[in-house]
Design a protein around this ligand. Sequence first.
Ligand SMILES: *Cc1c(COP(=O)(O)O)cnc(C)c1O
Length: 399
Amino acid sequence: MSMKETIERAENHLLHTYNRYPIVFDHADGVRLYDADGKEYLDFCAGIAVYALGYGNKKYEKTLTDQIGKITHISNYYYSEPLAEAAEALTNAAGLSKVFFTNSGAEAVEGAVKAARKYAYNKDGKCDHEIIAMEHSFHGRTFGALSVTGNAHYREPFEPMIGNVRFAKFNDYDSVEKLVSDKTCAIIMETVQGEGGIYPADKEFITKIRKLCDERDILLILDEIQCGMGRCGSMFAFMQYGIKPDIMTTAKAVGCGVPVGAFLVNDKVAASSLVPGDHGTTYGGNPLACTAVATVFKLFEEEKILDNVNKVAPYLEKRLQELVASYDFLVGERGLGLMRGIVFDTGKKSPGDVVKAALSNGLVLITAGSDVIRFLPPLIISEAEVDEMIDKLVTAITE
Ligand SMILES: *Cc1c(COP(=O)(O)O)cnc(C)c1O
């Protein structure tokens, strides 16, 4: 079937919730994608920060294929070896005590918010607790996750939200402190804002938030769904700030292509929040998803993924800064590790147009916020591939 036919067939039946690029991807290898016509693309999107290990990792494929041959689903009435293995690997990697597996990032946020509300409920028996979230944040599309997402445009048509959510300004401590009351049960934020435009938390901001949470027994929920799993140069981004969350969410790269997410809690929350009957999921933590998680952690070690991130990230940063210095319509560069963005003066050039031109030039990129192009390559990317990306991007820009 031609790409055009596939696209028509899909559009005839899919609910139109995405404006997809007119490309049918067929297969992939390493850091490259191939469309149905055989055209090659260098991938600096990685399925939105999912494919950390790159495509076609043989050990990953073999372990998953073997598990498919054994059993993929058993329900949460029983145990499986992959479940035990994944739970151990993830809690150890995050330095948190307990984990609940979900099928997606939004569901991880749902669980985190429920755990925080239950913790507060156990303290005072009240049902009016508040959550402080950040403007320009993104936490997912289900009601709980959407309710703490700081983008009114995403929320408004679906109001009312879950309620009692207040929005503060990211990296503005006073704006958070002003919203704190005796009802505040949690503060939720991404350690590095992704969709909103690649904004890393300031160290001072997050340190003060941690202190505030400690003083008032407010739970700090860090959403590491995009910035975690090595992308920023440490297993989870919060580790570079010298603080720990009470609750953390993960998804995207934690399964490297298999749909899986999780929320993790510290001892304090584990001891007094969700108990049997409070929360559940049919698929969550199934043997296939957990095999993926356990294997991803093994391969991160074996293939020294973090070392590569820390080697290549400064090079990507330097090359992007050079790019920004060469064009008047580029006004900034920011990010952490291999989660980076360049900022456009949108009056002069549209990031969306550049992404389209890059695609036809064999380079996959995505935007963030209204004025940023995001760079989220597979974490196995090399310096030579960064050079190749810059060359393709320059061609796209000058076209
Ligand atoms: C992608 C993302 C989510 C939502 O994850 P889904 O798997 O799409 O539900 C939540 N938070 C952050 C920071 C994300 O980047």
